[in-house]
Design a protein around this ligand. Structure first.
Ligand code: FE2
Length: 290
């Protein structure tokens, strides 16, 4: 078997294969922001602990100018990664921040926040991603928490193959990411691969993992993954990671985490474990307890 090694930290003997290639659903959210829901509700169980991935990218202000006015969340975390553009965040826990090019906003909704995310620009490109990471049952009602991670604070490394990696969460190629999370142990990488380059990442077989290609194209164990597609990676016990190869210059997110294997009950922006907890969330929100 072929071993692809980029540093002592990431040796992959057998790559995971692509189980499914997903196109996502064009939709709009907030006040008419156009986006593609890449990770949709029917995939939540398969991609546990991840609940949603939205991709947005447009040069037309009409597609984003309304932003996301005040709305609630309970029971999980939102991770927003901006590639281009500026968004102002404000929430009911008193946090405020400006999210801009290359930066990440990590928000733990916990027992409840009301927040807004509004564009701080009237023209130009707006592009980025919002990932929802579930919280274990024991942490769903923890206090809200928030961190703005500016672009310069995200650890980067260039591999010997010339692949640039940004480690938003977890650990890769000996680099600790900007964020670490217990229980779900999320790995969140943004990768930039020159044409012909490959990139190896060790992954525990039980962790659910997917790749979203947002520039160029990749191949994973012989399966082509075109631009604006998500590849769900199989959890074959005999695979110790994944090897991505860029057929042309490419940019992609590689996201993985340990499943919670707990019941998922979702009603819009509330994600709990049972219907009763959802009913309680709606009551608490309506009673102004967020
Ligand atoms: Fe939100």
């Amino acid at each position: 078997m072929k071993t692809v090694t980029h540093s002592a930290a990431e040796a992959v003997t057998k790559s995971r294969v692509v189980e499914q290639v997903i196109a996502g659903q064009p939709t709009s959210d907030g006040a008419g922001v156009k986006l593609t829901r890449v990770l949709t509700q029917p995939l939540q169980r398969r991609l546990d602990p991840f609940l949603m991935l939205d991709a947005f990218g447009t040069d037309d202000p009409q597609d984003y100018i309304g932003g996301f006015p005040d709305h609630p969340h309970r029971g999980f975390e939102t991770v927003t990664y901006m590639i281009a553009g500026r968004m102002r965040h404000r929430d009911s826990a008193g946090h405020e921040g400006l999210l801009s090019n290359g930066g990440v906003q990590w928000m733990t909704a916990g027992r409840g926040v009301i927040h807004s995310e509004l564009p701080e620009q009237e023209d130009g490109r707006m592009e980025g991603f919002q990932l929802w990471l579930n919280l274990p049952a024991k942490n769903k009602l923890r206090a809200p928490w928030y961190r703005d991670i500016q672009s310069a604070e995200i650890p980067e490394r260039v591999t010997v193959n010339g692949v640039k990696l940004r480690v938003i969460a977890g650990r890769s190629h000996g680099v600790d990411g900007a964020m670490q999370r217990e229980v779900t142990l999320p790995l969140y990488l943004d990768l930039e691969l020159p044409a012909g380059a490959s990139f190896a990442q060790a992954l525990p077989p039980a962790h659910n993992a997917f790749v979203y290609v947002y520039r160029g194209a990749l191949a994973i164990a012989g399966t082509p993954v075109p631009v604006q597609r998500m590849a769900i990676l199989g959890n074959d016990a005999g695979s110790d990671g994944v090897v991505l190869t860029a057929s042309v210059a490419a940019r992609a997110l590689l996201i993985a985490g340990r499943p919670l294997s707990e019941p998922i009950a979702q009603h819009g922006p509330f994600v709990m474990n049972t219907r009763d907890e959802i009913v309680q969330a709606v009551r608490d929100y309506q009673a102004g307890r967020f």
